[in-house]
Design a protein around this ligand. Structure first.
Ligand SMILES: NC(=O)c1ccc[n+]([C@@H]2O[C@H](COP(=O)([O-])OP(=O)(O)OC[C@H]3O[C@@H](n4cnc5c(N)ncnc54)[C@H](OP(=O)(O)O)[C@@H]3O)[C@@H](O)[C@H]2O)c1
Length: 314
């Protein structure tokens, strides 16, 4: 990528050079994610670091093989190098083996699936609770619906803005779906009706307008005690900011956490282990589309993925 906010193109780039203790990785598969696009656009808090030198190679993690053939997930590349390349060089603590039996392309989606586990790690979900997945038609949301089902959610409510895709999400385990592409009043009412007494946990990949309206919908209509809701902020597909009514915090008992809450080496390890177990047993469905890395320039600009992760194969 030659300029901030540009589109990466497939061309020769000098090979990365390692220092003491570094390893050379042959890259096999790299997921193209929002975060990579945000970084490349200069719109992410990590943009400054990753765009410090141009041209640069986007994507901060991927899957590849070590010189001895071991399949690993890797990250923490040193700018201007990124994962969307044939080779990567990383430090000795910046890779981990992928468990046997996991397809390398599926492996690129495991960390996205782990965000669904934040309902337990961040929000202390217990089986039987009602979970709302905001942005359930996206890659992360579809996985979160399945994770909530596998963890034993009592009821799953899922939002999206396309009825066809919301039907897919019902097939994945959502009990009730809400189309957010309606008027503010209609959406407020839809959140109240679908909540049927409230939501225990919200896993939020949208933020912006839909979550602003959700928070308003959680305000009780009388001086009754509200059912507390634990909302986990994970993504911002619908907006980076929102306005919170004072009354919604004062009266609804809503608690807002970042997805990183509760994640440490032990809890991430456990969350990852569960995701791998479900991936191996086929209980978790991963939706993706592979492209040769040579097509990255057109693939980067695609908007027709409908819940499938684009995975580039160098
Ligand atoms: N923290 C983490 O580790 C982590 C990991 C993965 C993802 N994320 C974040 O989570 C978010 C979703 O990621 P993803 O990979 O699932 O992306 P995705 O597959 O592109 O899905 C995006 C979702 O947001 C919906 N959406 C987009 N713009 C919207 C708008 N203006 N109003 C309402 N809905 C809108 C999309 O609906 P349509 O399908 O109708 O377009 C889709 O459901 C992103 O912000 C991403 O950065 C965070």
């Amino acid at each position: 990528m030659h300029e901030v906010g540009g589109v990466p193109r497939y061309e020769d780039f000098p090979d990365p050079v390692g220092g003491d203790g570094d390893v050379l990785i042959d890259v096999i598969a790299v997921a193209v994610e929002h975060v990579d696009k945000q970084i490349a656009a200069g719109a992410h808090y990590a943009s400054k670091k990753y765009l410090s030198e141009l041209p640069m190679i986007p994507a901060f993690d991927g899957v590849g093989t070590l010189p001895d053939g071991t399949l690993v997930g890797f990250g923490d590349l040193r700018p201007p190098y990124g994962a969307l390349a044939e080779h990567a060089v990383v430090g000795s603590r910046a890779y981990a083996p992928i468990p046997d039996g996991i397809d390398p392309v599926v492996a690129t989606l495991l960390s996205t699936a782990v965000t669904g586990m934040s309902i337990t790690t961040a929000a202390g979900f217990v089986s039987g609770e009602t979970v709302l997945v905001q942005g359930a038609t996206g890659v992360a949301g579809r996985l979160a619906v399945q994770v909530a089902r596998l963890l034993g959610a009592g009821r799953i409510v899922a939002t999206g803005r396309d009825d066809d895709q919301l039907r897919d999400v019902q097939a994945l385990g959502a009990d009730t779906v809400i189309n957010t592409a309606v008027s503010d009043d209609a959406l407020t009412q839809a959140f109240i009706d679908a909540g049927n007494g409230g939501y225990d946990v919200v896993v939020d990949y949208l933020w912006g307008r839909p979550t602003e309206i959700l928070l308003r919908a959680l305000i009780p209509e009388s001086f009754a005690f509200a059912k507390p809701t634990r909302l986990i902020q994970v993504g911002e597909a619908a907006g980076r900011r929102l306005t919170v009514d004072a009354a919604s915090l004062r009266t609804s008992g809503v608690e807002i956490y970042g997805a990183a809450k509760g994640f440490d080496a032990v809890t991430i390890g456990e969350a990852y282990r569960r995701i791998v177990e479900w991936a191996l047993s086929g209980e978790l469905a991963f939706e993706m589309e592979t492209i040769p890395l040579s097509e990255i320039e057109t693939a980067w600009q695609r908007t027709d993925l409908r819940g499938r992760r684009l995975v580039a194969l160098p």
